[in-house]
Design a protein around this ligand. Sequence first.
Ligand SMILES: [Zn+2]
Length: 253
Amino acid sequence: MSELTFFACGDTSHDMSRLLRGARRERRVFPAGAFLYRSGERRVLFDTGYAPEPWRAGPGGWAYRRMLPPRVRPGDTIAEQLDPASITHVVLSHLHPDHIGGVRFFPNAAFVLSEGVRRTLERPRLRDGLLRRLLPTWFGAATVLPSPVFAPGPHGLRTADLFGDGSYLLVDLPGHARGHLGALVEHEVLLAGDAAWGRDLLGAERRIRALPRLVSHDTPAQRATARVLLAAEQDGLRLLFSHDRHPTGRNLL
Ligand SMILES: [Zn+2]
């Protein structure tokens, strides 16, 4: 039997009225989510959450923390919630700090990176928001699988079959960050990463204020991705975003 479980690896909170035009003044907590898919011998982790404190990530890290203050309590990191040695694969949806903070715990896993993510690693631009000091020094020498080659797949998505058996399709979800990836697990659930800040904010891209929009890589592409995701959901697909609250310790498949 296979299983998909959710882990909240720290969180951040924001006044919604500063994020979205027309939103009420209320603070909302956004967990830094990671998803583990277990099937047979495979343990595939989608993203790794926040790094433990202190970050020591330089001036870029300081600026990021002012804008999006992380809260990482004891027990919050991914390594405290599962056995890191058991993980066979790590898929990184993109390289923002709330997704790569736990990479350091997985020196023996095979990493899955899109072509766009590789380009960001090679030549980061300021707006890519890459805090390289959050990545371990061994990361350059890590096992990295060939970048996915996408083709038209189910639900109007562009997909690449990671294991060749249909169980785990990588999904091209452009817009939020260069090379932003999702994953379609057993044709049931789409891990949609940061395609939206949360399910209820999917399709509200036009209301995102100028400052938070700065962190977005390609706004028109993000809107187009939102339309594809909304249609896929109409089609019966379940969408799980990285920063929504999902039940933990329960099979989400
Ligand atoms: Zn992001």
